[in-house]
Design a protein around this ligand. Structure first.
Ligand code: D61
Ligand code: MG
Length: 412
């Protein structure tokens, strides 16, 4: 019942309402199945089923890029499903990952034995590889190359765990940095962005690292419960000898210090993220890049110094997410959103935190780059409080209507 939580934030109700009634078609369009071939339809369905947060922004890309990026997503999601599937033993998994890119050229290849939640992309792989083979060569070359590199890179971390911060960067490069690099090359190849963008791999890598590190930080408990470790040992072992100790409330102080240290490391990427976005010219590409970056900074802010990371799921409310998505359409407004969340972190840095000085200085650095006259929380669009209260009463009444009528009947 996420909507009920948004009643405490009237500006989110406005955003949810506009979203629901199609006030933001430019950002989140309706799908046009009419003009699609059968395997394009299958791929669109697969995208919606498997991409929790990227389906909408991919669909909103200009036509020149949409199919290429959708295919890029599905190919890598299929590869990631092999990586994530704990039921495949490593001696089978290693060659599968290393040779995965060759499946793109084989019309019949599919894999029916995956137990992963996204197994459907492996079962339906012939539709994905067919779409791949129908793409222009300039896109195929990028997707093929990134798929080969990612598959190889993933095998490096199957046997050994992430230890140092350099290894953390290396793992994140394979699974997300390469996506950033591939996307920048696809943008350039489409002609929608400058060719120099696709050549700056170091910069595009960091855009991906920012998203992956944020996910790894947020997913501590889920990953730990699945016996997966992505937090770098060199960092957590400074605070506790066992990563699982952080889930024990007795060690909350150590857990928060470690969490804040990883978030501080991730904040270092903000300047590169802003620089990358400042180089974009095309509106649909800009939205596609900016929305995930803005979600990531909001997630980092929510996680910073937050014990809930160790006891449950830390999530952005739907209303908040929709409001940010609709607000991410210009560089000025993205800077305003970034600034809003960096200030919120800055205001919450505990004096006692071992890395407080570094966190402060990274916040200052980020804020100096977010200088803008725009403000994120502008109050002019908020409904007056009594309207919000009235809406809340109606929503509760609607939700509990059957119970209310039951009480009434019992009464009379
Ligand atoms: C602009 C816009 C989107 C971007 C970007 C720049 C740069 C990088 C990325 C997206 C990659 C973001 C990765 C962050 C989410 N992490 C995962 O999904 C993990 O899997 C990583 C390997 C597969 C990556 C597939 C992918 C993801 C997003 C894309 C894309 C490809 C292609 C185009 C657009 C977006 C994570 O997955 C968890 C899960 O299975 O649910 C994991 O296994 O660690
Ligand atoms: Mg994975």
């Amino acid at each position: 019942m996420d909507i009920l939580k948004s009643f405490a934030h009237p500006e989110e109700l406005v955003a949810l309402f506009r979203y629901k009634f199609g006030g933001c078609d430019a950002v989140i369009p309706k799908y046009d199945y009419g003009s699609m071939t059968p395997s394009m339809k299958v791929c669109t369905d697969l995208l919606v089923r498997t991409s929790r947060s990227f389906a909408a922004v991919i669909q909103a890309l200009d036509v020149e890029l949409r199919n290429a990026v959708c295919n890029f997503y599905l190919v890598l999601r299929a590869l990631d499903t092999v990586e994530d599937d704990m039921s495949i033993p490593n001696d089978i998994k290693v060659p599968m990952l290393k040779n995965f890119h060759e499946n793109l050229l084989d019309p019949d290849w599919k894999f029916m034995d995956s137990k992963d939640k996204d197994a459907v992309v492996l079962q339906q792989f012939p539709h994905i590889s067919k779409e791949f083979r129908e793409l222009p060569e300039k896109y195929r070359e990028v997707i093929f190359d990134v798929c080969a590199k990612m598959g190889n890179g993933m095998t490096v971390f199957l046997e050994r765990k992430v230890d140092t911060l350099e290894e953390w960067d290396e793992y994140c490069h394979y699974v997300a940095g390469l996506v950033g690099i591939g996307l920048a090359r696809l943008f350039s190849a489409s002609g929608l962005e400058e060719s120099s963008l696709g050549k700056d791999s170091a910069l595009a890598n960091k855009v991906g690292l920012f998203l992956q590190k944020t996910n790894i930080i947020r997913d501590y408990l889920e990953d730990w419960n699945d016996q997966r470790i992505f937090w770098p040992k060199a960092v957590w072992s400074k605070h506790r000898p066992n990563l699982g100790d952080f889930a024990n409330p007795e060690f909350q102080k150590e857990a928060l210090a470690c969490l804040n240290e990883l978030i501080t490391n991730t904040l270092e990427l903000i300047p590169s993220s802003l620089l990358f976005m400042s180089r974009l010219h095309n509106q649909s590409v800009f939205n596609f890049v900016a929305i995930p970056q803005v979600m990531a900074i909001a997630t980092l802010e929510r996680c910073y110094n937050n014990p809930k990371v160790f006891s449950g799921v830390v999530k952005i409310r739907k209303g908040e997410a929709v409001r940010m998505m609709m607000g991410s359409s210009s560089f000025e407004s993205v800077k305003a959103i970034m600034k809003h969340f960096v200030v919120k972190i800055q205001d919450r840095i505990p004096e006692s935190d071992p890395n407080s000085e570094q966190t402060k200085s990274l916040c200052k650095k980020a804020l100096s780059l977010c200088d803008t006259s725009q403000e994120y929380k502008s109050s002019s669009i908020y409904p007056p409080l009594y309207v919000s209260m009235g809406l809340m009463v109606s929503a509760i009444a609607y939700t509990y209507w059957s119970q209310i009528t039951q009480w009434y009947e019992d009464l009379v």
